[in-house]
Design a protein around this ligand. Structure first.
Ligand code: NAD
Ligand code: UFG
Length: 333
């Protein structure tokens, strides 16, 4: 299949390009490099021995994007492109709504025009209402609490309406839990701009001595050690979920929603200890106030993806930390 990967030089997209190429698919990447680097394309080639066609374009540039559909007979789109920083989305909401929603609509309209029916969309566990009980199933009530999360919810709604209007489409909405880790080669990983917001990249930089200490956001939650619990999933397992979802929407057209998580939650302090063990470094931390908007516990019920996609996450927290640490060391040269 020829697969257009939007956001393909980003963290998750780059891992997925590797898997798509390894499965024998042709890959076309569209990315504006707003949160990634062009070197990724060479690294994907180094890992797979295969090339992707790369276009540095913004998906809001309709002409540029249409050019790709004219030049390539695209069979399926995996739509990763989007802005993803929760805190930033509160500060510059219009940028988030414009980039994520307008960009998606332009993409979907071109898919419609060029009769591209198969699509996978990157959604997030952030769409679940945090007042509901864990684990979150796909039927848990929805309710995002910040502009970023609302862009994901709105795009999900747009896809539901689009599918209802034309059931020859075949769409998988994948709700990711907390993607972490890196490719085992150490060549591809998460490369956030500036000081990271997310736990694993922050811990990794403390271990590397680039940041002095981790602030643990609260130890008074109703959890065994008082710190927040999340469902961390290795980015390679997450990517594999997309390959399985692509098979599903190709074989059995429909509109599907799947959680991609491990079903197991770890606390902040458990992650710190796992990273200390993987890196053999001490992670200094201090307990500070809770971060506004954080929930105590979030983890997936991944049963639906296991039953319908024959997919489950295989890699342990230890492996996630080992691979993140290898990437951190390679990347800090
Ligand atoms: P990322 O920032 O590493 O990758 C996104 C890529 O999209 C970047 O390379 C960026 O340059 C590109 N991009 C952004 N806007 C664009 C535009 N208008 N036109 C072209 N390219 C554009 O992020 P990621 O972690 O790889 O996330 C991929 C997707 O998964 C995003 O949609 C994100 O919201 C979603 N997601 C991520 C997480 C997470 O924790 N990483 C969790 C849930 C969902
Ligand atoms: N945490 C700290 N210190 C830090 C960073 C995080 O204690 O410096 C804690 C948080 O309070 C939370 C846990 O570590 O308990 C995980 O926090 P992250 O910021 O890594 O992840 P979140 O669960 O808050 O959110 C992430 C993405 C969202 C996405 C969500 C679900 O940032 O975009 O996972 O996929 F929606």
């Amino acid at each position: 299949m020829k697969v257009l990967v939007t956001g393909g030089t980003g963290y998750i997209g780059s891992h997925n390009c590797i898997d798509l190429l390894n499965c024998g698919h042709d890959v076309v990447v569209a990315d504006n490099l707003s949160n990634s680097k062009i070197d990724v394309i060479d690294r994907v080639k180094e890992i797979t021995g295969k090339s992707v066609s790369f276009y540095k374009i913004d998906i809001m540039d309709k002409g540029g994007l249409e050019n790709i559909f004219r030049q390539h007979d695209v069979d399926a789109v995996i739509h990763f492109a989007g802005l993803k920083a929760v805190g930033e989305s509160v500060t510059v909401p219009l940028r988030y709504y414009h980039n994520n929603i307008t960009g998606s609509i332009i993409l979907f309209k071109l898919m419609q025009k060029y009769h591209v029916k198969k699509m996978i969309f990157s959604s997030s566990a952030t769409v679940y209402s945090t007042s509901d009980k864990v684990p979150y199933t796909e039927d848990t009530n929805l309710g995002a609490t910040n502009p970023y999360g609302r862009t994901k919810l709105m795009i999900e709604e747009i896809l539901r309406d689009y599918y209802a209007s034309d059931k020859s489409n075949s769409i998988a909405i994948l709700r990711y839990f907390n993607p972490v880790g890196a490719h085992p080669s150490g060549l591809i990983g998460e490369d956030p701009n500036g000081i990271p917001n997310n736990l694993l990249p922050y811990v990794s930089m403390v271990a590397a001595g680039k940041l002095p200490e981790l602030s643990v956001y609260g130890n008074d939650y109703n959890t065994p050690d008082g710190t927040g619990i999340r469902d961390y999933i290795h980015v390679t397992d997450l990517s594999d979920g997309h390959i399985k979802a692509l098979d599903k929407i190709s074989e059995d057209p429909g509109l599907y929603i799947y959680n991609l998580g491990t079903g197991k939650g770890y606390s902040v302090l458990e992650v710190v200890r796992a990273f200390e063990s993987a890196s053999n470094r001490k992670i200094n931390y201090k307990i500070v106030d809770r971060r506004p908007g954080d929930s105590a516990i979030s983890y997936a019920d991944p049963t639906k993806a296991k039953t319908e996609l024959n997919w489950e996450a295989k890699r342990s927290l230890e492996k996630m930390c080992e691979d993140a640490w290898r990437w951190q060391q390679n990347n800090s040269k």
